[in-house]
Design a protein around this ligand. Structure first.
Ligand code: C2E
Ligand code: CA
Ligand code: CA
Length: 573
């Protein structure tokens, strides 16, 4: 008997009755499994929530026979179920959102919590509530905010996001993405002469025609008024443009007779004309304007590119050779503990000495390298050389206090093998991961937070430091900060440089420092140039600093002499 814990049989019966009543009436589904995952009990609410009978339910296992989808509409593999994870991880999983498809085809959104019990023959207890209304409402809000009400196409904001996704996947598959910016000709006149009702009808019709022409992976969006965008990976953009013009020009019968719409199209392609979604859309728009001006029905951004763009292309070509010719170099900038003013780390920065143009700033050539898809190669070169330098210093008996921070670009971070390749480089150079720190911008981690969480976790496991660079100018999202295992926020230099004069900037810096403290993160202020800035930062509780006031980026040898106490050939000042 289980009435052994100091309660008598009557009391036990009363407790059981009460529990049974709760079990039977709560609108919360409850499923109980044995330690092997066979379902051994369920309450009445589970029948409606899961759309199956008690008998059917009891014949199942917790990981088989369910049709469950995640928030992105993807089938959820059983190892991600809260119930399965609760058992394998041995801890409670709370509030997992899943869409459960019933045998009759209907589906409900459930928020599922699961708790491992692991005694008295029980494995996990799974509890779930219906949150379909909540999910519907939030989707509705998103839909309204991201779609054009008339045509139901994505609006500019969503379009940017979708094109960004196309570009990311194109990068992985080495494909191009064409963006066609379409503007209907003389639409205002049509609207005025035929009335807005007909105007709206024509816009809806155009939207439908574009959608029909487009492939399932293409993006079709409506910007303001009579402007549309079609973005398509792969394929020949010129052909696509002609097809678009053709379907748009299919005659339409209206109350006032037949109408033939014409349009102008501007085309820009990733990666030739643009490195990211915003730039791609901007360039397609510019090409469209030129198309209108020249009365060409479609124009490529390329064809209209001026001298400036040519120069960029030359630079890009030269950059190809720079890696081999040894024209790339590293410099090292020290970082300091603000209170003690002692060195507590360094950042590696890339330099390019161009045979004709002299020194070129990374701010200028890194975007080009990104566009040309070269940043993975360049980034790995930096990583390899930086590790080698640490190793060489070590052999000379010189130790860098703290970590050596290495910048990682979004493209490098996006590479599927990023973790493995970094680990290989670190291992090959024979340095400890603890002596390194990865600097990432928020933009590289914010796009695919789930993957970023995994990558950052892997680095954390390896023992590397993780810093969020240029903090304050990106999303600055609290959710991400809590989700990602970063150690340090690098407060962007633009705030530091204005913080003495402007209260607004001071407030931002103070807020970042305060937030970092709450989250247990370290702070480093970049670009500190004056003693006033340093004093103010100390007052606000910032821990570390980096900037011209304390030390310029210098070549390895000079860095070793100046900051690592390398004894040799120091010139008397
Ligand atoms: P960042 O990561 O924010 O690097 C700090 C930049 O601020 C560096 O410019 C540095 O020289 C400059 N700086 C340091 N102290 C001061 C100061 O007191 N005042 C001012 N005005 N500037 C200061 P740099 O070397 O031109 O680098 C520019 C950007 O290029 C870097 O910004 C980083 O985003 C990128 N970058 C540089 N090297 C690499 C690299 O190896 N890989 C990647 N992915 N990006 C790099
Ligand atoms: Ca940096
Ligand atoms: Ca920075």
């Amino acid at each position: 008997m289980d009435e052994s814990e100091g309660i008598d049989a009557g009391e036990a019966r009363a407790i059981r009755t009460r529990l049974q009543a709760i079990y039977d009436v709560v609108p919360v589904g409850i499923t109980i499994t044995d330690p092997e995952g066979h379902i051994i009990d369920c309450n009445p609410a589970s029948e409606t929530l899961l759309g199956i009978t008690r008998e059917e339910h009891l014949s199942r296992r917790y990981d088989k026979g369910w049709e469950i989808f995640d928030e992105d509409g993807q089938p959820m593999p059983p190892e991600r179920f809260a119930s399965v994870r609760a058992l394998t991880e041995g801890s409670e999983i709370r509030d997992q959102l899943m869409e459960v498809r019933h045998p009759d085809g209907r589906s409900v959104w459930l928020s599922v919590s699961a708790s491992p019990v692991l005694r008295d023959g029980i494995g996990v207890v799974i509890a779930y509530v219906n949150v379909s209304e909540l999910v519907d409402a939030s989707r509705q809000i998103q839909r309204l905010a991201l779609h054009d009400a008339l045509t139901e196409l994505p609006n500019h904001t969503l379009c940017l996001d979708l094109v960004d996704q196309l570009i990311r996947s194109a990068r992985r598959h080495d494909e191009q993405v064409a963006a066609l910016h379409l503007d209907l000709d003389k639409f205002r006149e049509i609207n005025e002469t035929l009335g807005h009702g007909t105007g709206d009808h024509l816009l809806k019709l155009t939207a439908a025609r574009l959608r029909e022409l487009a492939g399932p992976n293409d993006v079709v969006a409506r910007f303001s008024g009579d402007e549309f965008l079609l973005a398509a990976p792969g394929g020949d953009p010129g052909t696509l443009a002609r097809q678009v013009l053709e379907v748009v020009a299919t005659p339409v019968e209206t109350a006032r007779g037949r109408i033939v719409l014409t349009a102008s199209i501007g085309i820009a392609c990733f990666p030739e004309d643009a490195g990211d979604a915003a730039e791609l859309l901007r360039h397609a728009d510019i090409a469209m304007t030129r198309s209108k001006a020249s009365r060409n029905r479609h124009s490529f951004y390329n064809a209209d590119m001026g001298r400036q763009v040519e120069e960029t292309l030359n630079l890009a070509r030269d950059l190809d050779g720079a890696l081999e010719n040894g024209d790339l170099q590293l410099v090292f900038q020290p970082q300091f503990d603000l209170a003690s003013r002692s060195i507590n780390g360094a950042e590696v920065l890339l330099r390019w000495h161009h045979p004709q143009r002299g020194w070129i700033s990374p701010a200028e050539f890194i975007p080009i390298a990104e566009k040309r898809g070269m940043m993975t190669a360049v980034g790995e070169w930096v990583m390899r050389r930086a590790c080698q330098q640490l190793h060489d210093w070590g052999r000379l008996g010189l130790k860098l206090p703290g970590r050596l921070a290495i910048n990682v670009s979004a493209q490098q971070f996006d590479h599927p093998d990023f973790i493995d390749r970094t680990a290989d480089i670190v291992r090959a150079a024979n340095v400890t991961p603890e002596s390194l720190e990865i600097e990432l911008t928020e933009n590289s981690v914010a796009v695919d937070p789930e993957r970023a969480t995994q990558v950052l976790h892997a680095f954390q496991e390896m023992g590397m430091g993780l810093a969020l660079d240029d903090f304050g100018i990106g999303y600055s999202s609290l959710t991400y900060l809590r989700q990602f295992e970063v150690h340090k926020l690098k407060i962007d230099g633009s705030f530091i440089q204005k913080m003495v004069e402007l209260e607004s900037e001071r407030t931002i810096v103070a807020t970042i420092i305060g937030m970092a403290r709450t989250l247990g993160l370290r702070t480093l202020a970049e670009g500190v140039e004056t003693a006033e800035q340093a004093d103010l930062l100390a007052e606000l509780g910032c821990q570390s600093v980096q900037g011209f006031l304390f030390g310029y980026p210098v070549a390895a040898d000079e860095f070793a002499r100046e900051w690592l106490g390398k004894p040799a050939q120091k010139e008397p000042a």
